[in-house]
Ligand binder design. Sequence first.
Ligand code: ZN
Length: 137
Amino acid sequence: MARPSSALHQGSCHCGAVRFTIEAEITQLMTCDCSLCAKKNALMTRVHESALTVLAGEDVLSLYEWNTRRAKHYFCSRCGIYTFHRKRALPDHYEVNVRCLDGFDASAIPVRGVDGVGMSVIEDGARPQWPGPRDAG
Ligand SMILES: [Zn+2]
């Protein structure tokens, strides 16, 4: 069954070493105010892992992990551009940097701000109010 509103978007890093596609109907974008996303100035859309295909450059992707080390933040090791990351809270989904998508016009799509600061768990800071266990993965 075809999904007419779904579309294939081509994306790449700046130098072109990393190329990927996402199969997605992009109806909402996200920013996040965590310390990493803020410095990346990331504008993202969420896709299921089955919707993301890395066409080239898997070998030049670098992985950055911090905080709980559950989220997997990928970027091109040549040009430094953030392409996508595997979510911590939803590990079978990726957030994709929509600025990497070819010819994609983000201006008409609503943007939701995510409270990433509130989600941060700093390992060496005791946070008695954190609601869940830390040793689940
Ligand atoms: Zn690159």
